[in-house]
Design a protein around this ligand. Sequence first.
Ligand SMILES: [Zn+2]
Length: 271
Amino acid sequence: MVEARLAGIWDRPGMNARSQRTHCPICKAPDFSLKFTMERGGQAFRIVSCRDCRFIFVADPEADTANHIDIDKIDWAFRPRHFQIRRMLLAHLSAGQQVLEIGCGRGEVGYLLRSDPVRYVAYEPARGLSDFGIRAGVPIVQRVFNGEQTADAIVIDNVLEHVAEPARMLEIAAASLNPGGLLIVITPNVHDIRAVSPSWRARNLWVPPDHINYFSAPDIDRMFQRVGLKARRFRFSPLSLQDWKFFPRAVAETFGLSIFGHNVYAVKKST
Ligand SMILES: [Zn+2]
């Protein structure tokens, strides 16, 4: 799938190196067709669709998709989802159990859990972000997680859309989960509410080089099935009365719709 037209762009000085994906990152099929080309920061990215499973992804992402931002230019970025993740974890876990976060960024979830009776560790190869979290006392291992340890809950929050092998990451997570363990995954939805406005989508959804995978609900379900897990939508499970703003999302998820993104979890069988 190499295109000579783009070959020169990859090696232009001052630009991040580009890589070439040779297979669909979900089903491994080698054939995909060009949907469109997206221009970002002077670079052209090819957005393709797998001919087998229809998964949409960037065929020629930057080789390093981690965000190496400067530690002194960032601050905490707490979002409602971080509080919802914490609530789900504490509802599921017993005292002393292990939480593992893959791709924690600054480590907001770990910071929120700092006084809770669970253990937390995160893996994050993006230096500036993780330096910031470490400085605030969040235990972060500064590399990619490759299944080095097991956990009773694993969090993958807005990471799968950034990585070259999202299905592989989910496979490693599922294998690292103890029986009865909880897996929480949050990722943007290619068919979210922004479909009503093409320019909104262009600004926020089709955003290579950051986002290189664009998941539909069936894509998420299939990735979970591949690793023996059943993806369930959050619905009302992480919400309290103060989260009334999220009730429409929860109602939509009850009907199987993910209007702002995929918020899913799975519990590994106990036996
Ligand atoms: Zn595929």
